[in-house]
Ligand binder design. Structure first.
Ligand SMILES: [Zn+2]
Length: 254
């Protein structure tokens, strides 16, 4: 069994990161969570309990939950977050996913209400936007199993799903990927909103051909002799983004 205290500290740190990145702030600072599947018990996960602001979440605020959405550990006085079914259903339906992020970020919410497509506008997270991001067409909270199951169905094999007028959920193989996917979603949503204001519906975006060219060019990086490492490749993870925010929320290493 993994050290639950250490795992709770990781989840709490990632929760504080949601505030530090601006993905949750002001009136949404207590709305949202990041969950992490237990490495030694894949039918359970850790997530912030109901109550604390994301900016003030520490290991003692983390609960353990079964993928059926029932509490399986943590202090008895802590209650499950209202939208625990978002996490339980997505983690149950996507065995490749180990972390789910749910927040209410303003530009993603705005675009979901406008029902304007979030098209690829910049290279960060480009591959996520090659196809339209699926939309759950209601602002209601994901309280019940049927809604959690519907969000999981809409998500399918994608990395993100929008909840109209409410927020979004992103997934990843770990918390770093899940949070970075949410950052990409919010930043691309902001770019699209600005373009929508400037040029209206149907504004220009990067074309499928440009996206494919970008991907092919990235794949060719291994052939660039001048980029060959002198000693060993630089590890891809933790990324500089993760290390930056991990340091800001109280941990030097990601
Ligand atoms: Zn929510």
């Amino acid at each position: 069994m993994a050290d639950l205290r250490e795992l709770s500290e990781e989840v709490a740190m990632a929760s504080r990161m949601l505030y530090e990145t601006g993905l949750a702030d002001a009136s949404t600072i207590e709305r949202g969570h990041v969950s992490l599947r237990l490495p030694d018990d894949p039918r359970r996960f850790a997530v912030k309990a109901l109550g604390p602001a994301l900016s003030q979440t520490y290991a003692e605020h983390v609960v353990i939950v079964d993928v059926d959405g029932s509490k399986a550990g943590g202090p008895p006085e802590l209650n499950l977050p209202n939208e625990v079914k978002m996490h339980s259903c997505l983690l149950r339906e996507r065995p490749d996913v180990n972390s789910v992020v749910h927040v209410h970020p303003r530009y993603a919410v705005l675009m979901s209400v406008l029902q304007e497509r979030i098209a690829p506008m910049r290279i960060e997270g480009l591959q996520m936007f090659a196809e339209p991001i699926p939309l759950f067409p209601s602002p209601r909270l994901i309280i019940h199993e049927k809604d959690g199951a519907e969000v999981a169905r809409l998500l399918g094999g994608h990395s993100a799903v929008l909840l109209q007028g409410h927020g979004a959920a992103t997934v990843g193989g770990d918390m770093e990927d899940a949070i970075l996917n949410m950052l990409h979603l919010e930043e691309q949503a902001q770019m699209n909103y600005l373009a929508f204001c400037a040029a209206g519906s149907g504004h220009a975006s990067l074309t499928p051909e440009q996206c494919a060219e970008f991907a092919a060019n990235m794949r060719s990086m291994g052939e660039a002799v001048h980029l060959k490492p002198e000693v060993a490749p630089t590890p891809r993870k933790p990324s500089g983004v993760w290390k930056h925010y991990a340091a800001l929320v109280g941990r030097a290493e990601g």
